[in-house]
Design a binder for this molecule. Structure first.
Ligand SMILES: NC(=O)c1ccc[n+]([C@@H]2O[C@H](COP(=O)([O-])OP(=O)(O)OC[C@H]3O[C@@H](n4cnc5c(N)ncnc54)[C@H](O)[C@@H]3O)[C@@H](O)[C@H]2O)c1
Length: 333
């Protein structure tokens, strides 16, 4: 199938252009409201000028275009995704799905009513180390999970401002949604969360720059998410998965993961070092999942409801850190 794609938002969205090109899609349009960013991307990828668009509505109106990728500020995800779905386009929208419960509900409604594919770019689900971790857990090698922790530590000091400083774009939802989504993907939906926040490193924003959330999945499974957007260290999403028969330590920025197991007598074996390909932003694989779902009519795992549930857990963590009481996320979408 000749898939005709339009890519909206030409900063991180350039990774979608590359993903689409590598998959073999036809780039029918690239779009950015900023002339300079549009020109830069157009020249970089040798896209003919007649396909450069500054108003995304032109894409909605173009019946030739099958699918759209959306990589604009989070506050615009709902508006642009819904307009594209209503115009009959398949949509791959960046994470977080949106910043408010009403907005994720509206996206679900538009996706349900469209008959088109909708995918949210929760990129950890296509990160090589995390895909491997999920497979190891599913194989039963580390037994039953009793604790899982993930952290999103990324220093935003040099690029924080503009739409990222909006109080609605709290660090837990903006970046922390990666760790929350990863935990949900591997361990399921937490029934209750409780969180503390601190604010010492990013004076230019009104929200906390570090948050720690503990969570309960069921009587015998607990979890923890740590988010720091002002940390003084290199980017990491270190994740540790504790099972009754073993423990797995992995990351999105490390070339190896470590697997601890015990033998049949319960004695610790030598830990296994498993090499992994580092690709913390595997947009190529993400586009492939999206395009294959369209072409072969496959279901999409990271669909609008999944994106909504991750947003709901993030909002519950933020609420708990403000109120000092545990919050039970409402997954009724
Ligand atoms: N998956 C990941 O790991 C990852 C990494 C970075 C960013 N993101 C997400 O990607 C999205 C974009 O982030 P970014 O870093 O590229 O932000 P950015 O601010 O650097 O770039 C956004 C681009 O969108 C353009 N834009 C804004 N409004 C527009 C409109 N109405 N129509 C067309 N273009 C418009 C801007 O001019 C800009 O070029 C965000 O949702 C962000 O959360 C995801």
């Amino acid at each position: 199938m000749n898939l005709k794609v339009a890519n909206i938002g030409m900063k991180f969205g350039m990774s979608h252009v590359e993903g689409a090109m590598n998959w073999g899609a036809e780039i029918a349009a690239i779009c950015d409201s900023d002339e300079e960013n549009l020109r830069f991307a157009g020249e970089r990828y040798n896209i003919p000028k007649e396909k450069w668009v500054s108003d995304y509505r032109e894409i909605a109106e173009n019946p030739e275009i099958d699918a759209v990728t959306v990589a604009v500020p989070d506050q615009l995800h709902k508006q642009i995704s819904c307009e594209m779905l209503r115009a009959g386009k398949h949509v791959l929208c960046e994470k977080p799905l949106a910043l408010a419960r009403e907005d994720v509900k509206e996206i679900i409604k538009a996706a349900d009513g469209s008959g088109k594919k909708f995918m949210v770019g929760q990129i950890c689900r296509v990160t090589p180390s995390f895909e491997m971790a999920k497979e190891i857990v599913a194989s039963g090698r580390i037994g039953d999970l009793y604790f899982i922790e993930s952290e999103y530590a990324h220093d935003y000091m040099t690029f924080l401002g503009g739409w990222r400083a909006d109080p609605l774009r709290h660090g837990v939802i903006g970046g922390g949604c990666h760790a929350v989504d990863l935990i949900r993907w591997i361990a399921g939906d937490p029934a209750e969360v409780f969180a503390y926040g601190t604010h010492r490193l990013l004076p230019m924003v009104s929200y906390d720059d570090a948050t720690i959330a503990i969570m309960k999945f069921d009587e015998n499974t607990a979890g923890k998410v740590f988010v720091s957007t002002g940390c003084k260290r290199d980017y990491t999403m270190r994740t540790v998965i504790y099972g009754t028969k073993g423990t797995l330590i992995c990351d999105n920025t490390s070339p190896e993961m470590k697997l601890f197991e015990v033998d049949e007598k319960g004695v610790a074996k030598e830990p296994e070092i498993i090499p992994v390909r580092v690709n913390s932003h595997n947009a190529g694989r993400e586009f492939e999942v999206f395009a294959d779902a369209i072409v072969y009519d496959k279901p999409i795992e990271a669909d609008a409801r999944e994106g909504a549930k991750t947003v709901e857990v993030c909002l519950s963590i933020i609420e708990s850190s403000k109120t000092g009481v545990p919050v039970r996320p409402d997954y009724d979408f």
